[in-house]
Design a protein around this ligand. Structure first.
Ligand SMILES: Cc1ncc(COP(=O)(O)O)c(C=O)c1O
Length: 360
């Protein structure tokens, strides 16, 4: 019934979403621990009033796009709205890649890219990041891929590639498309958004799931040259954002001061969590996102993640990267609960590390 490629591919595995009512501290999917702006709730209630939901929403999510144009200082023709940035990624892959076409990114990174490439039957070229998470620029250029993606800040490392390196990569790609996935950019020191004005082969993706606390509403934005936006629009579902999502997105962007305050709180908690993890003996690369990566090179931290879950705390453990845990930044109280659960579980690991070689 299905294409061979679909039969053979593995499905994308999202982080665990507990059943409503389960009292787990969720530090596994990088949601924001603080609520969205109160303006959002009011806008959603207004959008649901009277007869509104009987009618289809605006196909181009007009109010959301107008608010984005104002917030980011770009023309409306350079912006496309998505039902989460995941939908924009799916549109990008669908519009640019056919069977055998090359797509490139540095690993490890957001694993959805691999799933989307498998659906398109594209050929993946995935050189490893450097030991300090630096981008393997030469390999990415040599791949001559139709589409190159850089997740920046990267997940799961949290590392940030400076904008000038991305600009260099875009020029070296010589007209081929460079997509910068900036789902976490509001937590970082800089962004590549300005490049879309200067470089016609650069596309930037943003999500409102993380910094704007709207993961449940499914809102993403794509910024690029109008020609790219026009082509991507051809593979868009006609009404990809609901009336409620459009209203929520516009209200959230119009109250960005609320988002920025929450981002500052998350960044303060991130600094404290990093210090604490380092003290416990984990290796923690500096993070520019709303999560940190805690590593114990050579150890499988799967049992540690399972132990934390039994104690009511969810963190992310990737089978492909067993010696690391990705921990989303929660409220200070969430992090206190994490460290209370983590201390007795991690102590034997760090002690055995100090006392001699460890078998992985
Ligand atoms: C790197 C990256 N890009 C995109 C997304 C998807 O975000 P959205 O919720 O907007 O679909 C995620 C979500 O975790 C992510 O980590």
């Amino acid at each position: 019934m299905f294409r061979k490629a679909i039969h053979e591919m593995a499905p994308y595995v999202p982080g665990e979403q507990p059943r409503p009512g389960r009292r787990l501290i969720k530090l596994n999917t990088n949601e924001n621990p603080y609520p969205p702006s109160p303006q959002v709730r009011r806008a959603v209630a207004r959008a649901a009033r009277g007869q509104a939901l009987r009618l289809y929403p605006a196909p181009q999510a007009d109010d959301f796009i107008t608010a984005a144009a104002r917030r980011y200082g770009l023309s409306r023709r350079m912006i496309l709205a998505g039902n989460g940035s995941d939908e924009l990624l799916a549109m990008l892959f669908r519009a640019t890649l056919g069977p055998g076409d090359r797509v490139a990114w540095a690993t490890p990174t957001y694993s959805l890219y691999g799933t989307l490439a498998a659906v398109q039957e594209a050929r993946v070229i995935a050189p490893p990041l450097g030991s300090n998470f630096e981008l393997p620029l030469e390999e990415l250029v040599r791949a001559r891929a139709r589409l190159t993606i850089v997740c920046n800040p990267n997940s799961p490392s949290g590392a940030l590639t400076p904008r000038h390196i991305l600009a260099r990569l875009a020029r070296l790609l010589d007209g081929r498309l460079l997509a910068v996935d900036e789902a976490y950019a509001d937590f970082a020191e800089e962004t590549a958004l300005g490049l879309v004005r200067r470089l016609p082969n650069v596309l930037v993706l943003r999500s409102l799931s993380k910094s704007y606390s709207l993961a449940g509403m499914r809102l993403g934005l794509c910024f690029a040259h109008p020609e790219i936006i026009e082509q991507l629009g051809k593979v868009k579902d006609s009404y990809n954002l609901s009336r409620l999502a459009i209203a929520a997105g516009a209200a959230a962007l119009e109250d960005s001061a609320w988002m920025l305050r929450n981002v500052e709180r998350v960044k303060r908690t991130r600094a404290a969590a990093t210090r604490r993890l380092l003290k416990m003996g984990f290796a923690v690369p500096p993070s520019s996102a709303n999560f940190v990566l805690a590593r114990m090179p050579g150890r499988d931290l799967g049992p540690l993640a399972a132990g934390l879950r039994r104690r009511g705390v969810l963190v992310r453990h990737f089978r492909a990267w067993p010696d690391a845990l990705r921990i989303s930044i929660g409220t200070p109280a969430d992090m206190a609960a994490l460290f209370k659960a983590l201390a007795p579980l991690a102590a034997p690991l760090t002690t055995s590390r100090r006392n001699g070689p460890v078998r992985s």
